[in-house]
Design a binder for this molecule. Structure first.
Ligand SMILES: CC(C)(COP(=O)(O)OP(=O)(O)OC[C@H]1O[C@@H](n2cnc3c(N)ncnc32)[C@H](O)[C@@H]1OP(=O)(O)O)[C@@H](O)C(=O)NCCC(=O)NCCS
Length: 226
């Protein structure tokens, strides 16, 4: 298989251009983070203050430096900002200051103007494809509050399975946290299997490059040899 490229490229789907996050996206992310509708089931369950929103934007940008290939992407449709998608680092259990390099936690935030039009799913599916096909990761996970039905629906629509419900305590718990949080997951093998059955909707499908051909062969062999 060709060497795996570990830089953050611009990604494309049918409707979205997903560009690596930069300082120029701060205004957009702050607008989302300071909107009560958007933040209802995220973090503290209330809009971020300006300071908090600036910190989050900085973190979203820096996440590209934590594990090569990971990062945040700003999504545009016909030149208009739609939202952001992230392949974020998963801390190691024995040393939370270090990060696993073979799996990622993904996430997304879409501007309310674009809700219900399939954008979250379209961008999220491209994140998953990129994680497995371009970065060679073994698992993509997603976590959200149990009551965040929109986020859960997006994860299910991307082929992730609900694998855990857990209960954490927080100094300032958001409303609804008493129902806990959920973890969803898809492994590379599961994703490969799904590709054979049904190509993801809304994504620009596999480019038939030599590495892709080899990757398909690898997926096929995984299936028949198991
Ligand atoms: C969650 C969020 C990203 C969904 O964005 P979206 O672009 O409206 O989602 P999509 O249109 O791609 O919908 C994908 C699936 O979710 C379902 N869905 C979307 N909103 C839903 C809702 N409020 N309740 C139940 N299902 C919902 C859709 O019906 C669709 O299902 P289908 O593929 O089976 O038809 C958006 O609501 C958002 O940004 N919310 C605030 C931030 C947030 O909660 N982020 C996730 C934090 S972990």
């Amino acid at each position: 298989m060709a060497a795996i490229e570990k830089v953050q490229p611009t990604l494309r789907t049918n409707r979205l251009e997903l560009v690596p996050f930069g300082p120029e996206h701060r205004e957009h992310t702050m607008k989302l983070d300071m909107d009560p509708k958007v933040m209802k089931h995220v973090a503290f369950g209330r809009p971020f203050t300006e300071d908090e929103a600036i910190q989050v934007h900085t973190w979203l940008m820096n996440c590209a430096n934590l594990v090569p290939g990971f990062g945040t992407w700003a999504g545009y449709a016909q030149g208009e900002f739609v939202g952001w998608w992230i392949l974020g680092p998963v801390p190691k259990k024995d040393n939370p200051e270090k990060f696993l390099t073979d799996r990622t936690e993904y996430g997304f935030r879409v501007s309310p103007k674009f809700w219900g039009q399939g954008y979250a799913k379209e961008g999220a599916r491209e994140m998953i494809r990129h994680a497995f096909e371009d970065l060679g990761l073994v698992e993509v996970i997603g976590e959200t509050m149990t009551v965040n039905s929109a986020s859960r629906a997006v994860m299910a629509a991307c082929g992730l399975r609900h694998v855990d419900t857990f209960f954490n305590t927080y100094p300032t718990p958001p409303p609804g946290i008493e129902e806990g949080e959920v973890r969803y997951s898809i492994t590379r093998d599961e994703w490969c299997t799904k590709q054979d059955i049904r190509a993801p909707q809304g994504s620009v499908r596999l480019r038939w490059s030599p590495s892709t051909a080899l990757y398909k062969l690898y997926c096929y062999l995984l299936k028949v040899l198991r």
